[in-house]
Design a protein around this ligand. Structure first.
Ligand code: AMP
Length: 197
């Protein structure tokens, strides 16, 4: 079965990172999404990789929806040129709207905010609050330490061994999106104590 991805929510840094490869990956993802006719939902800022991604998608003629809390409109330089800018009250409202508007999620490199958003969405899929594909764009192994921590947590008995069914990991945006289209999120009820996803 193919998941129809009309819009993808992208979580990524409000900084650009210290190497050009991150900027290039954000630009490439924006171009790939607009090229495939997939809209972008993101945090609405014009700084860091968020801004690079939004600009690239817009230049490619794609739809870009930004969702930003009033309190950080100035801090993250709300993007004036997006298709739609939604100004909300709280971070919780931001994340809820971003999730509702999207058919899937891609995580690019980023910092605390990106990691927080990613963990929340992975745990929502795990707990069956949503059933949408998640892709980690592992630019030059950026997420490797986190993936090895997940293995550690599973090995120590705090996560099911099959945790890797919760998301797809890839280094190429186009292949990652194709992988997400073919992904079946876990279904059925979670059974306490069972090591299944
Ligand atoms: P960062 O990865 O720290 O550069 O942040 C990337 C994005 O995540 C920025 O738009 C932050 O405003 C956002 N962010 C940070 N913390 C949270 C949070 N708790 N909930 C929602 N978004 C957040």
């Amino acid at each position: 079965m193919t998941v129809k991805l009309k819009r993808i929510c992208v979580f990524t840094g409000s900084r650009e990172g210290s190497r050009a490869v991150y900027r290039e990956a954000a630009r490439n993802l924006g171009e790939t999404l607009s090229g495939r006719g997939i809209g972008v939902v993101y945090g609405g800022g014009h700084i860091g990789l968020m801004g690079v991604l939004a600009d690239a998608a817009l230049e490619g003629g794609g739809e870009v929806i930004g969702v930003i809390p009033q309190g950080i409109v100035d801090l993250e330089v709300a993007h004036e040129g997006v298709t739609e800018l939604r100004i909300v009250k709280t971070m919780h409202e931001r994340k809820a709207q971003m999730a509702d508007l999207s058919d899937g999620f891609i995580v690019l490199p980023g910092g605390l905010g990106t990691l927080e958003e990613m963990m929340e969405i992975i745990s929502w899929v795990y707990l069956r609050f949503i059933s949408k594909p998640i892709g980690l764009l592992n630019v030059e192994g950026y997420f490797d330490p986190l993936l090895s921590f997940f293995r550690h947590a599973a090995g120590e008995g705090f996560m099911p061994e099959s945790y890797d069914k919760l998301f797809t990991v890839g280094e190429n945006s186009d292949l990652l999106i194709s992988g997400m289209e073919g992904y079946s999120p876990p279904d059925g009820a979670l059974v306490r104590g069972f090591d299944t996803i």
